[in-house]
Design a protein around this ligand. Sequence first.
Ligand SMILES: *Cc1c(COP(=O)(O)O)cnc(C)c1O
Length: 397
Amino acid sequence: MHTAYDDTLLIHAGRAPASFGGLVNTPACRASTLLVPSYDAWMRSCEGGNAYGHYARFGTPTTRAFEDILAELEGAHGAVVYPSGLAACTHTLLAFVSPGDHVLMTDNVYGPTRSFACQTLARLGIEVTFFAPEEGANVSARLRPNTRVVYVESPGSQTFEVSDVPAIAAAAHQHGAIVLMDNTWATPLYFKPFEHGVDVSIHAATKYMVGHSDAILGAATANERAWPTLQAAAHSFGQTAGPDDLYLALRGLRTLSVRLQRHCETALLLADRLQEHPAVARVLHPALPGCPGHAFWQRDFTGASGLFGVVLKPAENVEQALSVAFNRLQFFGIGLSWGGYESLALPIAKPARAVNPWEDAGPLLRLHAGLEDPETLWNDISAALNAYAEAREPALG
Ligand SMILES: *Cc1c(COP(=O)(O)O)cnc(C)c1O
C-alpha cells in the first residue's frame, strides 16, 4: 500500500482557508495582472532578475496549491503545469535536449509522444532511438556519447510491460544522461519516481488526478538537479494552465486514494477472471504474474490502477467479431482517455515497435475498470467476449 501519510496529505495539502474567507477549497483564481501595493514593492519584485515573475502566467494561488500537493506527494523539489498531458511530455523533452543530442526512448511509450520524438525532435536535429521495455541495465549498450535523455514509461499504457526503472536510471546516470518518466498509470500514490532514480516525472493529470473525464491537464515534477532546467523551460515556453482545469484537478486529488483503491480492486477482479475466458489469449495486468516485468511491479510499486490490456484469440473475421463484441457492451464506454469514474473499452491497433516486433496474432483491447458495481462490469465484458467467441472463425495455423 501507499503510505498513510499520502492519504492525509491529499486531504490537507494545498488548502489555506484563512487566505480565502474561510473557504475549505482554494478557489479557481481568475487572473492576469497581480497588483503590488507600491512603487518600492514593484522595484523589489524586479530584483529577482525576472520583472515578469509577478504575473499570473507564472501561477496564482490555484496553480500553487496544485503544484504544492503534487510535489509533496511525489517527493519532488518542484512541479510545473501544462495545458495537457502531451504538452507535459513534449515540453519536458524540449527542456533538456539540443540539436546534436540523442534521446533513448522506451519502445512502449505513449503513441503521441513517440510521434513527437520521431517527427518534431528529428526535425530539430535530435536523434531518437528505442530500447525494449524489458532491457533493464542492458540499455547501457544503446547509450551514445551524445545521449542526453533516457525516457521511460512503466508500465506502458497500451501494452503494460513494467521496466526495471532503477537499473535503467543507474545506467543512464553513469553515462551522464537525465531520466524522464511518464508516471501517469501509477500516479504519485503507487510509484515514487524519485526513490527509483528518475529525475523528472510526467503526468497526464487528465486521467486519475482530474478523475471525472471533465478536464485536460498536464504536470511535471523534478528533483533538485533537474528542477532549474525544467522550470526555466516551462517559463520560457510560456506554459501555464487555466484556473478551472486546475480547480477540477485539485478537487479530484482529494478523493484520488479511495477512487484508485476501487479502480484497482475491480480491475484485478476482471483481469483475474478474464484469464479463464475462452475468448482470451492473455491478460496484460502488471499485478498478474503473466505480465512482462511483473516482478518489477511487485518490487517497486505499491498498487495498481484500473487500466489493463487483454489479447484475444485470433480470428479470420476479426473486424466482424470485434464489432459484434463492442456493440454488445452496455456499461463500458468506447472512447479514448481513462482514469475517469466510468469504465471504458477500446480496440488497440497493433503496437508500433522498433526493437522487438509485437508478436500476438489476436487483437489487443484496453480496458479501464470504473467505479460501477464490479459484478455488473464482469457480466458486461464477459457477455461481449462470449459474443466474440461465438462470432469468431478461428484463425488457421
Ligand atoms: C493520456 C496520456 C497522455 C497525454 O495526456 P493528455 O492530457 O490527453 O494530453 C500522456 N501519457 C500517457 C501515458 C497517457 O495515457
